[in-house]
Every structure is written in structure tokens, then in C-alpha cells.
Design a protein around this ligand. Structure first.
Ligand SMILES: Nc1ncnc2c1ncn2[C@@H]1O[C@H](COP(=O)(O)OP(=O)(O)O)[C@@H](O)[C@H]1O
Ligand SMILES: [Mg+2]
Length: 346
């Protein structure tokens, strides 16, 4: 009888592959705190994101691979996740931030802010630490859609303390200017505002900072890309051809500012606007397709009431689409990161 040892267990675990990263979980460094005591085996699987859509499958496969070994009587697998930062060490952001990603589109009204809040809440519900930066300084909608009233406070160190709603830290011009006051800033002030939001807000420790972009493909995109290395952009589109033309422009802008595109999501899909355009665009540009969110009054109502649909109607098709979107976004980020960074061997 072969004795059960750490080596035999690790050998068995090498048979389990991460479907996205295309490497085995031992080579990826996921297996931690392995103990073998008689027939009892215990270890932790540390994934690259808590929003990993296949985490339960990986856990089961790892469990089964070890349980099949001779002498293995009790196998305990703990699941955890650690999001590795893609930002340079010692950066001057106002916190310890893993990834900055943008939600963008070619034009307004397609559902960027709706996507931002639902993506943020879904990632947070999966266990990630999430922030939202409202970069739409001319028409800030984040406070309404997140249900945040009042003003953020100043911290002892002079930094602004973000406001938290539904587990997500947020900052928006909407909470800084008086209600109903028009925001009439020019380009340089927009840049300054984004810089302050990135550097002078007490973000603390965040896995994902999601930036809700203003409509258009101009100043804000360029400023953001200059201020911080972006892990990627989620491009939101609506089905009709007219908005797809705008999407092409948005994709062009991402390429221009060297922001990787995480994928395309089609919002407000259904009878009125049709369906399938987002997928076609994704295919045409060889981009991941992140899913289809149906047009439904609940989505708008949830936004108006300040409780995103993933929380207010968790069983709705729209909520499920956003949860799936969150998993795909997290996984695209992990994939892109693993292609760029050398991974440690165990
Ligand atoms: N899937 C959807 N179904 C129904 N209404 C939606 C959907 N997505 C967004 N909306 C509504 O459409 C309007 C525009 O969405 P919004 O997220 O503000 O777009 P953007 O940020 O791109 O300008 C909002 O009133 C929002 O509630
Ligand atoms: Mg918006």
C-alpha cells in the first residue's frame, strides 16, 4: 500500500485544471496549508477571485481527486480567494486597490450606470471588496441608483471617506455638489476630479474599483487611462444597429488608450430593441461576450429606488444575467493577469 503523503496528494491534485487559466491548480499555487494526518487530508484552495464562476466545481474536483487515493479517509477542502493587484507597488492611489476597471459605451442611455451598480453589488455579494467611482461628473447617477444620500465626510488625514451602500464603497460628484446644481466643469477640472477621486479618497483595501464612465469617447476616458493602469473595460451596448456603431467607436477608444477590453454586454435586450447585436459585435472584434441583460421594468424601478435589481429581484432573469456577468468579468481579469504575470510554482 502506498503511503498517503503531501507529495502523493499534490500529485493527485495536479490532475485538476483551472478551465480559464489552462494550468493545473498546483502549478497555479492554489493549494495551500496542506496537511496529511493518517487518512485525513486538509487543504485550502486559494482562487484568484471570490467571484470565480467555477469555484464549487474546482473544489469538488480537488476533493474527488484526493478522495480517490488509497488510504484517504477524510478530505476537507476550504475555499478562499485572493485577488492579486495588477497595479504597480507603491502607487499613489488612495488605498490598496487590486484592479481598476471601467464600464463604458459609445453613448448615453444604454445602461452603463445600471451595469456598474449591479456588477459592483454582484461582485460584493460573491465576497469581493468593491468600490465604485462615478466618473460621470456632468450627470452623476450613482447616488440615486445606489440609494446614497448626503455628503461624504472628511477623514482625519484630509482624505475623503467614501460612502458605503449595499456593501460597496462609492464616491460621486453627486454627493459633493448641492442638489440641482449644474456641474459645468471643463476638461482640466474633470481630470482633476478624477485624480482626486483616485488618490484622495480613503478607499482602504479593494479588490475591484469600478469606474462608471460618462457617455462619449472623450476626455474622461483619456484622463482615466493617463491616471491609472486599467485592468480592462466592460463595453455596454444595446441591440440596435445604431448603438452598435457607437460601440465600435467605444472599442476604438479603448484601443487608443491601451485599455484591454474585458468583453461586451448587451443590455435592454428583447422585443422592443431586438437581440443579438452585442454578440455579433463581440464576435466581429474577437472579444468575450459577457451576456445579455433583458429589458425589464424591474431593472429601471430598482435603479430608481436605489436598490439594484440583483438585490431587489435576485431571481429575475436580469439579476441572474448580472451575476453571470460579474463572474465573467472577474474571470477575464484573472485570465488577462495570468497571461502577463509570471506565476509562482509551489
Ligand atoms: N435592462 C434594463 N431594463 C429596463 N430599463 C433599463 C435597463 N437597463 C437600464 N435601464 C434604464 O435605462 C435608463 C438608462 O440607463 P443608465 O444605466 O442610466 O444608462 P447610462 O449610464 O448608459 O446613461 C435608466 O432609467 C435605467 O433604469
Ligand atoms: Mg450613466
Amino acid at each position: 500500500m502506498t503511503e498517503l503523503t503531501k507529495e502523493t496528494v499534490l500529485d493527485a491534485l495536479k490532475a485538476v485544471q483551472d478551465p480559464d487559466l489552462h494550468q493545473d491548480i498546483v502549478a497555479l499555487g492554489f493549494v495551500q496549508d496542506l496537511t496529511v494526518c493518517g487518512g485525513g487530508v486538509k487543504f485550502t484552495l486559494e482562487l484568484t477571485t471570490p467571484a470565480c464562476p467555477v469555484k464549487e466545481e474546482l473544489k469538488q474536483q480537488a476533493h474527488d481527486a484526493v478522495a480517490a487515493l488509497e488510504g484517504a479517509e477524510q478530505v476537507t477542502v476550504n475555499l478562499t480567494a485572493k485577488v492579486k493587484s495588477s497595479l504597480p507597488e507603491g502607487n499613489d492611489l488612495g488605498g490598496n486597490i487590486g484592479h481598476v476597471l471601467a464600464v463604458t459605451s459609445g453613448k448615453g442611455g444604454v445602461g452603463k450606470t445600471t451595469t456598474t451598480v449591479n456588477l459592483a453589488v454582484a461582485l460584493s455579494q460573491a465576497g469581493a471588496k468593491v468600490g465604485i467611482l462615478d466618473a460621470d461628473v456632468y450627470g452623476p447617477n450613482i447616488p440615486v441608483m445606489m440609494g446614497i444620500q448626503g455628503k461624504p465626510t472628511g477623514g482625519a488625514d484630509g482624505q475623503i471617506v467614501p460612502m458605503t451602500a449595499h456593501g460597496v464603497k462609492t464616491i460621486s460628484v453627486g454627493n459633493l455638489v448641492e442638489d440641482g446644481q449644474p456641474v459645468m466643469w471643463r476638461g482640466p477640472m474633470l481630470h482633476k476630479a478624477l485624480e482626486q477621486f483616485l488618490k484622495e479618497v480613503h478607499w482602504g483595501s479593494l479588490d475591484y474599483l469600478i469606474v462608471d464612465m460618462p457617455p462619449g469617447t472623450g476626455d474622461a476616458q483619456i484622463s482615466l487611462a493617463q491616471l491609472v493602469p486599467l485592468s480592462g473595460a466592460v463595453v455596454v451596448t444595446m441591440p440596435p444597429e445604431v448603438s452598435l456603431t457607437d460601440v465600435r467607436r467605444a472599442i476604438g477608444m479603448c484601443k487608443k488608450v491601451k485599455c484591454p477590453i474585458l468583453g461586451v454586454v448587451e443590455n435592454m435586450s428583447g422585443d422592443i430593441f431586438g437581440t443579438g447585436g452585442g454578440k455579433k459585435t463581440a464576435e466581429a472584434y474577437d472579444l468575450p461576450y459577457l451576456g445579455t441583460v433583458p429589458l425589464h421594468p424591474d431593472v429601471r424601478q430598482a435603479g430608481d429606488s436605489g436598490t439594484p435589481v440583483v438585490l431587489s429581484h435576485p431571481d429575475s432573469a436580469a439579476a441572474k444575467a448580472y451575476v453571470s456577468l460579474a463572474g465573467k468579468v472577474a474571470r477575464e481579469i484573472s485570465k488577462k493577469q495570468s497571461q502577463q504575470l509570471p506565476l509562482l510554482e509551489v
